[in-house]
Design a protein around this ligand. Structure first.
Ligand code: DQA
Length: 144
């Protein structure tokens, strides 16, 4: 089994970016954790981050040629991007939406997600562990 962990805009700044909201783990720390969990569960993990909407769309298109599923934190594009939603519904593999923060406990504009309806599931508010929960859920889903 092969899984893409995809991170959207500004997530490259984790560690220093609003640590009171997003925690102190860097993106590299999170990726290391996911790769280690993948090893434990015999799943191959590839991690990718981009600040560009088009690059995220390309990564989703490409993932359907090699991955069994995607754990995706679209960052701010969650609340704005119909193009990302269309990319998720165009590909034939399951996508899980994850967020470090609890988007529903924050500003109202973060309560709207253009991608939720086309994702298989969503994890929000558990800090970096949202990725772990999302990955475990996705593996379970694919296994069924
Ligand atoms: C985020 C939540 C988004 O609202 C925000 O724009 C982000 C990070 C999260 O992981 O909590 O960039 O996706």
């Amino acid at each position: 089994m092969k899984i893409l962990i995809l991170h959207g805009p500004n997530l490259n700044l984790l560690g220093t970016r609003e640590p009171e909201v997003y925690g102190s783990m860097t993106l590299e720390n999170i990726n290391e954790k996911m790769i280690a969990l993948g090893k434990e569960l015999s799943v191959e993990i590839k991690c990718l981050q981009s600040n560009h909407e088009g690059a995220l769309i390309d990564a989703l298109h490409d993932a359907c040629t090699w991955a069994n599923g995607v754990v995706f934190n679209p960052g701010g594009y969650t609340h704005t991007s119909i193009a990302l939603r269309d990319a998720i519904s165009a590909i034939q593999i399951p996508v899980i939406e994850v967020h470090l923060s609890n988007v529903y406990a924050r500003e109202e504009f973060r309560h709207t997600s253009f991608v939720s309806a086309v994702c298989k599931g969503k994890v929000t508010g558990f800090g970096w562990k949202s990725y772990e929960l999302g990955l475990r859920g996705l593996i379970d889903l694919i296994g069924k």
